[in-house]
Ligand binder design. Structure first.
Ligand code: FAD
Length: 443
């Protein structure tokens, strides 16, 4: 968040960027109160013998990248993390509503400033508006002075194409799909549904962040309604005619939620034309749906500040080289996580971590004194909870072949899996998010 009075650059800890102690203390006080913007503007190489790595995003990809560099080349770089928000709500926990009528929900809420400072990493809280890949600078809202990098690691997640459904502005948090929103926002939506009312999820077409999560959300909502609003119904108005692990989800809708969830494919409604969030009216080519509460998950792409540089492919995600994750058009820019067009690698936190490690290996090889160690395993696995003791899973093993990440092996749950196996999946799912958060943000 920017601060109108803080036009000039200020500095935080770190040898090349050390500011007078009094300024630093004043800034820290300001940050606590307002989450204000901190700017670091000095040319990296001119002030420090160490190359400066600027990481955009403190989420799954950005944090995993910092971890990988600190593990393998702790003294070789100055690292600055820039994040639009001080508080990161891990998107992979956004569906985790509690089993009470109300009350606290997600435990995956991270204070990025204290987390990174504890690790000795400088943090800038501010929204990146533009990057210049020739001058190697980034512009942050509210600052007149660009931040200079030697290598830029872009991990800003996805931008929402809100306009796709005729919606204006960028009310991202109402989608509850990015780290702008919290699981509490999802719970608040369910609480707004009147007794016996209709809740709709609008599911996007295209290549999006964690595709099964929309249908997992329907199951989580149904489970909550079964306790607290037994006659409510859920419509999934889909812009697709099929979706990942569909047979297993359909099995769950019947086995656990009876008639509560109805999936309406595009083939049936002909395509969403407009949505009025206030009245709850959804106009499709063939029908008008009147809902009590609508959760729109718009189609996605890399955020605008990346796409306007020409880095994005037709699908809106940034083209990269494999296995380095370097931008296809800029040697000193690495795009990791959901913003990258990483072919068969899923848009998941698991893949973001893998991609972060690949980028770290390349950067250490290029800039650091000692070569990187070990090999990065190209594999992912995601678990999706359809009921408390029942999780389905989807994963793969990949290789970097030519300019692509191709999948060598895929594995997926099947309809009629043994209950024991599904229960074991549910246990793994529960442990997974905790251990990922610990590995990314723990001490
Ligand atoms: C409901 C749901 C369930 C999911 N379940 C799973 C799962 O079970 N398993 C799994 O592996 N994945 C899951 N995911 C996907 C996973 O959360 C994402 O793939 C992962 O978080 C992507 O990491 P990222 O670093 O690219 O982006 P994010 O983790 O979203 O981090 C983005 C960071 O960039 C910052 N940022 C954004 N724009 C700017 C800007 N302009 N300037 C500065 N900073 C900016 C943000 O503030 C944030 O710090 C799920 C996602 C959702 C929505």
């Amino acid at each position: 968040m920017s601060h109108p009075t803080e036009k000039k650059a200020q500095t935080r800890s770190g040898p090349a960027l050390l500011s007078p102690r009094s300024n630093r203390r004043r800034f820290l006080q300001g940050l606590t109160a307002t989450g204000s913007l901190l700017m670091l503007s000095a040319p990296a190489i001119a002030q420090s013998a160490r190359p400066r790595l600027v990481v955009i995003g403190g989420g799954s990809g950005g944090s995993a990248f910092v971890r990988a560099i600190q593990a393998q080349a702790p003294d070789d770089f100055d690292i600055i993390v820039v994040s639009a928000q001080k508080i990161y709500n891990a998107p992979f926990a956004l569906n985790g509503i509690p089993q009470q009528k109300s009350g606290p929900c997600s435990t995956a809420t991270i204070d990025l400033v204290s987390t990174f400072e504890r690790r000795g990493v400088k943090v800038v809280i501010g929204r990146v508006e533009r990057i210049d890949i020739d001058k190697k600078t980034i512009d942050i809202a509210g600052s007149e002075t660009p931040l200079i990098y030697d290598a830029l690691i872009a991990a800003p997640g996805v931008g929402l194409k809100w306009e796709a459904f005729g919606l204006e502005g960028t009310p991202d948090s109402t989608a509850i799909w990015t780290s702008d929103a919290s699981c509490q926002d999802f719970l608040a939506m369910l609480q707004k549904v009147p007794m016996g009312g209709l809740f709709a999820l609008v599911a996007p077409a295209g290549h999006n962040r964690c595709p099964p999560a929309v249908y997992e959300r329907a199951c989580r909502a149904a489970r909550w309604f079964k306790e607290f609003n037994t006659s409510a119904k859920i419509l999934i108005i889909d812009e697709k005619d099929e979706y990942p692990m569909q047979a297993m989800f359909e099995e769950a809708y019947v086995d656990y939620y009876e008639d509560m969830i109805e999936w309406i494919p595009r083939d049936f409604h002909g395509g969403v034309q407009s949505i009025d969030l206030k009245s709850g009216k959804i106009q499709t080519e063939s029908d008008v749906f009147e809902l009590d509460v609508v959760n729109v998950i718009p189609p996605q792409k890399a955020p605008d500040f990346l796409t306007i540089t020409g880095m994005a492919a037709e699908d809106g995600y940034c083209r990269i080289r494999t296995p380095s994750m370097q931008s296809a058009i800029a040697d000193d820019v690495y795009v990791i996580g959901d913003a990258s067009a990483a072919d068969e690698l899923s848009k998941s936190a698991v893949s973001a971590v893998v991609e972060a490690r690949l980028a770290a290996v390349d950067i250490i090889t290029r800039f650091a004194k000692s070569p990187p160690e070990g090999k990065v395993d190209l594999a992912d696995n995601c678990w999706t909870l359809v009921a408390p003791d029942d999780a389905i899973s989807l994963g793969g093993i990949y290789s970097a072949t030519g300019s692509k990440f191709a999948s060598d092996e895929r594995f997926m749950s099947t309809v009629g899996d043994q209950a024991d196996m599904r229960k074991a999946n549910a246990e793994k799912a529960a442990k997974w998010s905790g251990s990922l958060l610990q590995s990314l943000y723990g001490s």
